[in-house]
Design a protein around this ligand. Structure first.
Ligand SMILES: NC(=O)c1ccc[n+]([C@@H]2O[C@H](COP(=O)([O-])OP(=O)(O)OC[C@H]3O[C@@H](n4cnc5c(N)ncnc54)[C@H](OP(=O)(O)O)[C@@H]3O)[C@@H](O)[C@H]2O)c1
Length: 335
């Protein structure tokens, strides 16, 4: 294998490893071999790693749908984490966009570690003046908000937009992107996080612990759902007859196989028979969207809401805080 490497020696690294599916108690700080980049891949010296719900799915192995790719009985790859910001430590054969020493952010497998390998196509340069911590919060959650609102949702200026899960990893980006696009934004979150949602540009905030967003007369052109697993009936109720629903996800509900994903499938099946457009999002991961996010950051229209940072050894606690709803925006592990 041909790689261009920096001068650092040593092939071992610290990483948060997991040898069986389960809760945060299955994650432990350990020492493993440093991965090597193959053709078209980049080895990143990770400075910060974002924490997001996708990591929880891979940690628990639920829904079971993830297991054909990530391992039937136990995780194939022992290191969790998919978002990273750091410095290029080595590049594999054929990599043309990056060189050793470049500061980058993006999506890699196993980022709760000192080093992680990323496809060249899933990395972009760090936005000017941005910290590694902030950049690590961007990739998966930012791309999800961007694609869900603009590409799937067809967001336009002047629309009334409802963001359910507005205080979460995806939701904090969604509120800002909708606000920047000229929409009137209503965010749904717990009351304790309403100040955060307002500070990101929401015009109205609904506290889901004391108020039902589906009660009352307010109707929306676009409903962007990332939390709470509301029924399709309730979601459609607040949507204008020509409105668009984008189902992103929600806390696990339903069986182990689909864990709520059946709601998305039902929406897609129903959509051709109703006037509203009912859509689900499966975000795709590429550098073009990372660059779009970076340019929004540089223009001052987007800033990651990082609620807390954790040392690498405390990554299990970060996962616990995420699972138990204590995150305000994004959580980030620093290395
Ligand atoms: N489709 C895709 O490609 C894709 C990509 C990425 C993520 N996702 C999914 O998107 C979802 C959100 O991810 P995330 O990283 O943003 O998670 P997160 O940070 O945990 O955010 C979850 C949000 O849901 C809110 N929430 C909890 N209970 C609620 C309720 N009963 N009613 C309304 N809101 C409620 C939380 O608000 P409070 O804490 O204020 O209560 C929080 O804002 C997950 O299901 C994830 O798997 C999908």
């Amino acid at each position: 294998m041909t790689t261009t490497e920096n001068s650092q020696t040593g092939t071992r690294m610290r990483a948060v490893v997991q040898h069986e599916y389960g809760g945060p108690e299955t994650l432990h700080l350990g020492e493993i071999d440093r991965p090597a980049p193959g053709a078209g891949q980049v080895l990143v010296e990770v400075r910060a790693a974002g924490v997001e719900r996708g990591v929880e799915h891979l940690m628990t192995g639920l829904p079971l749908l993830v297991r054909p790719v990530y391992g039937w009985r136990r995780p194939k790859d022992p290191v969790r984490g998919r978002e990273a910001a750091g410095v290029v430590a080595a590049v594999g054969e054929g990599v043309t966009r990056f060189a050793v020493g470049d500061e980058v952010f993006g999506i890699a497998e196993g980022t709760f570690a000192e080093y992680a390998v990323a496809e060249e196509t899933k990395l972009a340069r760090l936005p000017a003046g941005m910290s590694f911590v902030d950049a690590a919060a961007l990739p998966v959650s930012g791309i999800t908000a961007l694609q869900g609102l603009l590409e799937v949702g067809g967001l336009e200026a002047g629309q009334d937009v409802l963001v359910i899960g507005a205080s979460g990893g995806v939701g904090t980006f969604a509120v800002q992107i909708a606000h920047a696009a000229g929409a009137t934004v209503t965010g749904v979150s717990s009351g304790a996080k309403a100040d955060l949602v307002r500070s990101l540009g929401a015009d109205h905030v609904i506290d889901h612990t004391s108020e039902d967003f589906a009660a009352g007369d307010r109707r929306y052109d676009l409903v962007f759902d990332t939390g709470g697993n509301s029924s399709l009936r309730r979601l459609r109720r607040v949507l204008r007859p020509d409105g668009t629903l984008v189902l992103v996800g929600g806390e696990s509900a339903g069986g182990k196989l689909l864990a709520g994903f059946d709601r998305q499938l039902r929406a897609v099946v129903l959509s051709p028979f109703v006037s509203q457009r009912l859509k689900m999002l499966i975000a795709t991961e590429g550098h073009e969207h990372l660059e779009q996010l970076a340019s929004m950051v540089e223009q001052g229209t987007l800033r990651p809401a990082v609620g807390a940072t954790y040392a690498l050894a405390d990554a299990p606690q970060a996962m616990r805080d995420l699972a138990e709803g204590r995150a305000r925006g994004k959580l980030v592990v620093t290395i």
